[in-house]
Write a protein that binds this ligand. Sequence first.
Ligand code: GLY
Length: 401
Amino acid sequence: MLRLFSAFALILALMTVSCGPQSREENMKPSIEEIIKSSLDRSLIQYKSMYGVLPDTLFPRSLDNEGQLVTNRSPWWTSGFYPGSLWYLYEYSGDETVLEMAQAKTEVLEPEQYNNMDHDIGFKMLCSYGNGIRITGDSSATPILIQSAESLISRFMPNAGVIKSWEGFKEYKYPVIIDNMMNLELLFWASKVSGDPKYREVALSHAKTTLNNHYREDNSSYHVLAYDSDTGEVLAKKTAQGFADESAWARGQAWGLYGYVMTYRESKDPVFLEHAKKIAEFLLDHPNLPEDHIPYWDFDAPDIPDALRDASAAAIIASALIELSGHVDGKVKNKFSVSAERIIRSLSSKQYLAAAGENGNFILKHSVGHKPRNSEMDVPLSYADYYFIEALMRLKNLGAD
Ligand code: GLY
């Protein structure tokens, strides 16, 4: 018996020698639950401090080259992200001061319900008012969101089947950008709440037409398509923010992935799920996706591996993959959830997550806004923070199931 015990002890000792360092490393690696908590706690610190330095009617956008805060007024496309982040952080913490901050910043956006000068109203109003209604259950702002949906569908071009994104691009009058997929969520919401199917019909038409026209054989997306609004003909396939017309601009791919996962959730049409899976496979199998899963700003940037990374694209992809993994089974489910966790771990590392009180009170470092214009290069961006917080909350809620 004693001999048997000694042999067992020897095997254990040998295992400790051969597996010891790796096991210790594994043991030292924080759990995803710990990461979610510490990243959300850090986000709370940053965004409460941000509130203290912001003028009442302005929103945080980024930092300039001197590290000074860049703000924007409500018409700018990013204005909903800070209030939206505050709503998520209130949902996380239950902190009443954060509730007051979220309410105050959301109210500044009220005039935007009538802004039909571009497609960005979905970003602005659903992230802010939409989260507020969802979290508090107070639906008094519903008419504001219905009016916002009206403003968005006023841009629909029936013969082309898509919503016009901008008032013009180069020589073209009817540009549609892949980012526009994100604004469809406002339309699905409006039909559900109002009972009027017209918003949803526009959303489905836009999603189908974009799937047919914006995507390449390899399941990457163009950034900007120019349409003839009378015939629906695609006149040109271009980029505004990517490296080249034929390249895969990282945030554009991220918007497309998120947009089709959301469109599947709202429509239950398997065509959109299949498409979302193909986009995810394009991204995750791409030879230029770095080991830490934080993409370069463009998958075809000429200076890879020295090209800038884009944390905003990573955060959007992570949030989308977490949802997508809930719609699929088997190997791909595992692939998508493992990749999402890898992104969250990378973004929660010192390399990307700001130390408390640093980074101008933004949460994430190292995003790229508009590289071809040399604008917002390697900076924090409010939408990187928003989708990071959303991804953390989605992961947290998965754990709670
Ligand atoms: N919608 C603009 C951007 O992604 O930069």
